[in-house]
Design a binder for this molecule. Structure first.
Ligand SMILES: NC(=O)C1=CN([C@@H]2O[C@H](COP(=O)(O)OP(=O)(O)OC[C@H]3O[C@@H](n4cnc5c(N)ncnc54)[C@H](O)[C@@H]3O)[C@@H](O)[C@H]2O)[C@@H](O)CC1
Ligand SMILES: [K+]
Length: 515
């Protein structure tokens, strides 16, 4: 499912109006009707409505909503924030209609008008927030910010029109303050700000309404941002043939685990195997071999001589490189330790291995000191940083990344030509070609140690099975999140641990692909 930036939505509206001759006023009518359709599902005829409108087209949608609710016999009050002489073109047509209908309209120009607003809100069952949509252009200040405070403080139930006012449609950031809606009805396509946090939380329940934008217009735009859906995932996992053997499902080589961190290796290996992988080889310090063998008997281990207790060194590089010749993927990083030994190994691997690679955790920590190694890579690489790791890789603060995760992931993917999986509450996958895939499942219960290792294992397993790395990353992130949600459904979010996701993984895959 496509998702858009404000500017893209404006272009879509403009093309619809100018190229296809569908007047903006019709789109506005459809938008308003879409909201009314949702309202009447939830609220009976004795409900009272306060509709708070800005002077742009978002306010115009509000005027349409006011008219239809009034015609249906609901009690409606409209408040306009700012001078009504500045109302924009299409909105003005609808404003004049509600004037002609003698609907109760109040102007909010300054603080002295706020008392009327407070009374209006307190006497209403529902408040409709049609103050700002995709046209919000800066921080909210002055009287508008007071109006938003009043909405949040005194409303019983808020419907936001398109985007909660005060939320930036591009990145979901709060522009100093924003409306906390119970439901948001967005039009045509979901906006990034509806999906990314904190915007997603401010939306409450999000509903997408068709407003009559021709399909051709959307196709023409060549939109690059997507929400991951089950359809994308379902169609990408290959069918297992009856006449097959373990070689048919790929070989994965994994470098993970060190003294004190064998758990990361175990979780990575187990989840790779649970995702349908044929054969897994783990390169591990010899003193840790026994722990792995007893915990993941299905893994083949390659015990390596150690430099220090439980840490392998560059002296093993020949064996590691040799082993990649018949492998389909090489994964490096989980639980390896942020050591100079790993750094040396990673440098050689990036420069010499021509098989797809997954770099995670300590692999990223050592890479962050030498990102330029990526320019020497011989293969497709997937990196899976969480916000802290992305901060180290880019030199940006975590706050900066959170403010614009799509841009940060996209820029990194394009600059270094790597598939970038930026993990957070909304994991973002960016490709070197500028495509972006946003994952919307998963839950806070998954914010625990080990869940990242599980994701790395799943990606490893799917790449080994022959799925191209970008697709493998997309599928894995979705299935990982969905499995976490299924675990949380039964166990709740508090007791969820990474191992639970591994246990449930086969069932999720079975249900998603339907076999
Ligand atoms: N033809 C179209 O473009 C359509 C637009 N639609 C609606 O129109 C919205 C976009 O309309 P607009 O582009 O007119 O923009 P908005 O109505 O979202 O906002 C623009 C208005 O807000 C004011 N404003 C912006 N930032 C401000 C700030 N920080 N503080 C105070 N005032 C501020 C501007 O001066 C202007 O009056 C969409 O979100 C959607 O709800 C729908 O009606 C469908 C069709
Ligand atoms: K709004």
């Amino acid at each position: 499912m496509k998702v858009v930036l404000n500017e893209e939505m404006r272009k879509i509206d403009k093309t619809t109006i100018e190229k296809y001759g569908i007047p903006g006023i019709i789109l506005m009518e459809n938008a308003g009707l879409g909201v009314v359709e949702e309202i009447i599902k939830d609220f009976k005829r004795d409900s009272n409505f306060t509709i708070i409108c800005g002077r742009g087209n978002n306010g115009g949608d509000g005027f349409v909503i006011a008219r239809h609710l009034y015609n249906k016999g609901y009690n409606v009050k409209v408040f306009i924030v700012g001078d009504s002489r500045d109302i924009s073109k299409d909105a003005l047509i609808n404003f004049k209609i509600i004037q002609n209908l003698n609907i109760n309209i109040t102007n909010i120009l300054d603080e002295k008008d706020l008392l009327k607003l407070k009374e209006g809100i307190l006497s209403s069952t529902v408040v409709i927030d049609a103050l700002f949509g995709t046209g919000l252009s800066s921080e909210v200040k002055g009287i508008a910010s007071e109006v938003i405070k009043y909405m949040n403080k005194y409303s019983k139930y808020i419907f936001s029109v398109d985007v909660p006012s005060g939320i930036c449609g591009d990145n979901g950031q709060v522009c100093s303050l924003a409306v906390k809606a119970d439901k948001t009805i967005t039009f045509g396509l979901k906006k990034c700000g509806n999906i990314l946090y904190p915007g997603a939380e401010y939306c409450g329940e999000l509903i997408l309404k068709d407003i009559g934008i021709p399909r051709e217009v959307v196709d023409l735009m060549n939109l690059k941002f997507n929400i991951i859906t089950e359809e994308i995932v379902k169609d990408s996992i290959p069918i297992r043939k009856k006449d097959s053997h373990k070689g048919s499902y790929g070989k994965a080589n994994v470098i993970a685990g060190s003294f004190g961190m064998t758990g990361a290796a175990i979780l990575t290996c187990k989840s790779a195997l649970r995702s349908g992988l044929g054969l897994l080889r783990l390169y591990i310090a010899e003193s840790l071999n026994f722990i792995i063998k007893t915990n993941v008997p299905e893994a083949i281990t390659v015990p390596l001589g150690e430099i220090r207790k439980g840490v392998i060194g560059i002296n093993n590089i020949r064996e590691i490189l040799e082993g990649t010749k018949d492998a389909d993927v090489l994964t490096i990083g989980p639980g390896c330790g942020n050591t100079s030994e790993l750094s040396e190994i990673l440098k050689r691997i990036i420069g010499e291995v021509d098989k797809p690679m997954v770099i995670d955790a300590d692999g990223l920590n050592v890479l962050s000191k030498n990102v330029e190694w990526l320019s020497k890579k011989k293969s497709e690489i997937v990196i899976t940083p969480h916000l802290g790791e992305m901060s180290r890789l880019t030199g940006l603060s975590i706050e900066e990344i959170k403010r614009n995760p799509i841009e940060v992931a996209k820029n990194f993917a394009q600059k270094w030509n790597v598939i970038t999986v930026l993990k957070s509450a909304r994991t973002i996958i960016a490709s070197p070609k500028g495509e972006v895939f946003i994952n919307v499942n998963g839950n806070p219960g998954m914010a625990t140690a080990g869940c990242g290792d599980v994701l790395t294992g799943i990606i490893t397993g799917f790449i080994a099975q022959g799925i191209e790395p970008l697709k493998a990353a997309i599928i894995s992130v979705y299935i990982h999140g969905l499995t976490g949600d299924r675990v949380a459904e039964k166990k709740g979010e508090y007791g969820l641990v990474a191992g639970d996701i591994i246990e449930k993984l086969p069932y999720t895959i079975k249900d998603v692909i339907g076999r």
